[in-house]
Design a protein around this ligand. Structure first.
Ligand code: NZQ
Ligand code: ZN
Length: 387
């Protein structure tokens, strides 16, 4: 087992009506609050009105229209400007992972004198950030319980992830009821994203029995409850299981002591959504089975055997090769059963696009140093297999 540092200061308020804690939470900070949100889903579900009524004694400013795959320009820059001009004391993010990631970048940028892109690209360290509270409305990224944010810059086709312990939300309100209205497409994409976070940690060289067991249980919960939520979107227990699993999946708690895999599927997907603005979880669903097929080797096969026999109960008396192949088929079939696109062609990406993307990934993501190392040609081959 590797040495590790583990730190998560975020207070979690989980369950029905946990929004009733919002006033107490925000009373710890000053009166000037920036509420951030996306394209309007929070208005349709009545959450916007509820938040406004709870905060009627505060000075409220708003940043709306934050898009999926949140953009540096205008969203992050506009948010930073409001924070500086209005002397914002705390940011309240209300929405999915994109709104929350954008809010994290805003909190850091608001306390920095230079161009906030310096922080996102690690040219400058985050030394200070405004406090952040969130009400998360989609089970997917786990951003509500981690210290990372992923921001896109359209003009350079960059989608950059950055982390700082100062970016953990102070508190996250996680009420599964708010996810009842998430579309089947986004529900499926969120489930695949959360499963993939666990897989990125699981398919690594060093791991422990404890982390394997917790990770397998997390994935099993999502696989069991996603079809139930897709069939009956208002099933509280199914939504709660998925949401708790997604919250834990990206926080690092499921990989304590593991060695790093290099997060190859995310590295490849982030480039796809940077170039084509596709939904993150859908991109991962397309890449994952093809990546698994490509990296299967004598070096990696034992991880496939462990995953397949524990997550899918594949017969352990089969040969390792048979178990590995069946594991890959299971992953494909489960994602496909969620009724999302399973090829790049279906999301509008053509073979002629792939060379540039593979090059972009190879020079920016360091996958040649990943556990299952990939050079530019390997990445191109995986992408071609996804067509
Ligand atoms: O914009 P609105 O109107 O709110 O609609 C959103 C959006 O269109 C909608 N939605 C959200 N909650 C809803 C709802 N619709 C109905 N009812 C609700 N309760 O869903 C759409 C997608 O929202 P988005 O926030 O983009 O989805 P998600 O939470 O999956 O976030 C994806 C982003 O997070 C990044 C991804 O790369 C992508 O940019 N990630 C962030 C990570 C992190 N911070 O740790 C890790 C992940 O690996 C990931 O990279
Ligand atoms: Zn992800």
């Amino acid at each position: 087992m590797e040495n590790f540092k583990y730190f998560t200061p975020t207070k979690i308020y989980f369950g029905k009506d946990s929004i009733n804690n919002l006033t107490d939470i925000l009373s710890l900070f000053g009166k000037n609050i920036l509420i951030t949100y996306g394209g309007g889903s929070i208005k349709k579900i009545g959450l916007y009105d509820k938040v406004k009524s709870l905060l009627k004694d505060k000075n409220i400013y708003e940043l709306s229209g934050i898009e999926p795959n949140p953009k540096y320009n205008p969203s992050v820059l506009d948010g930073v400007k409001i924070c500086k001009d209005k002397k914002i004391d705390v940011v309240l993010s209300v929405g999915g992972g994109s709104v929350l990631d954008c809010s994290k970048a805003i909190c850091a940028g608001a306390c920095y004198d230079g161009d906030p892109w310096d922080l996102i690209t690690y040219k400058a360290p985050v030394k200070k950030a405004l406090p952040l509270v969130d009400i998360i409305t989609l089970a997917a990224t786990g951003s509500e319980y981690d210290n990372g944010a992923v921001i896109s810059r359209t003009e350079t086709n960059d989608k950059m992830g950055f982390c700082s312990d100062l970016l953990f939300p102070y508190a996250s309100i996680i009420d599964p009821v708010y996810t009842f209205t998430v579309s089947p497409y986004q529900t499926a994409a969120g489930a695949i994203d959360a499963i993939n976070h666990v897989m990125e940690a699981y398919f690594a060289e060093k791991h422990s029995t404890l982390m394997d067991g917790m990770s397998e249980a997390c994935i099993k919960s999502i696989i069991k409850y996603t079809p139930i939520a897709l069939k009956n979107p208002n099933d509280y227990n199914a939504r709660a299981e998925i949401m708790l699993s997604a919250t834990l999946a990206c926080n690092g708690i499921l990989s304590l002591g593991n060695s790093s895999s290099g997060w190859p599927m995310h590295a490849i997907e982030h480039a796809l959504s940077a170039y084509f603005d596709i939904t993150h979880g859908v991109g991962l669903g397309i890449i994952a089975p093809r990546w698994m097929k490509y990296i299967l080797s004598d070096k990696t096969i034992n991880r496939f055997v462990s995953f397949g026999t524990h997550v899918f109960d594949i017969d352990s008396s089969l040969s390792k090769e048979e178990i590995a192949k069946e594991t890959i088929c299971k992953v494909y079939d489960i994602f496909a059963s969620f009724n999302i696109p399973m090829t790049l062609t279906e999301v509008g990406i053509k073979e002629s696009d792939l060379k540039e993307i593979a090059h972009h990934i190879a020079i920016n993501e360091g996958l040649d140093k990943a556990w299952a190392s990939l050079n530019e040609n390997d990445i191109l081959n995986i992408l071609k297999d996804c067509l």
